[in-house]
Design a binder for this molecule. Sequence first.
Ligand code: NAD
Ligand code: ZN
Length: 252
Amino acid sequence: MIASDLATAVSHLRTLVDNASVIVPFTGAGISTECGIPDFRSPGGLWTKNQPIPFDAFVASQEMRDEAWRRRFSMEENFAKARPGRGHQALATFYRAGKSPALITQNIDNLHQSSGIAASDVIELHGNTTYAVCLDCAKRYELSWVREKFEAAGHVPECACGGYIKTATISFGQAMPADAMQRAEELTKSCDLFLAVGSSLVVWPAAGFPLMAKRNGASLVIINREPTEFDDLADLVVRNDIGDALNPFITG
Ligand code: NAD
Ligand code: ZN
């Protein structure tokens, strides 16, 4: 059912949360828009400005690698000053209460970790943009180091091993992280309440998890201000602002 208004949404959600033993949140870019990080697909979202650079293009040319890094640096102010929003805080409340053992996210902004969820309990399907790695030897690099070298040389540095350095994110066309996918599947199958929050649910294979939860017998809640393809399957659809809908669940 689609909740007719905010109060109805909160009241239905409260009943589902109270009755659940294992809640698994699954989050997308919409949970972070109130933190100043634009999503991809809302009007004015990142998608309308720059099409993402696919993985093949990144490895194929220095020009594309430089462009990818230029875009990343131009976003740094947003990422660096972003703090967890009301949605993040509500999900951290479920975690602290022992209701959510871990959380699955498509986000790359590190805000769930900042909200107090242990890094080992944040399953990142699309990686993390707050640091970088060498694509060959997996050595970690800090963005400030990459930026310094970039500004001095006019192009992005390479690893000592000769590999390309990329933010630790998963680009379109790049292999999904096997371990995260495996853990996300196990978690999805372990829950009786699956909360999809702020995702357009069009990016695969990530979008398969709400479906998997439902097929496995869990209740499915979708909180997103725009309709998604899975709304018909959901036990509850909340089209209100995420912060407004989850604010009543924040404690502590
Ligand atoms: P998306 O941009 O495809 O969809 C976001 C959805 O959130 C939209 O349907 C929008 O209507 C909704 N939304 C935005 N703000 C909202 C609000 N305040 N209240 C209610 N709904 C709101 O995001 P996605 O499904 O996560 O897919 C985009 C991909 O891009 C992700 O896989 C992710 O890796 C990456 N991405 C991440 C970030 C981030 O880390 N914050 C930001 C942009 C893109
Ligand atoms: Zn290397």
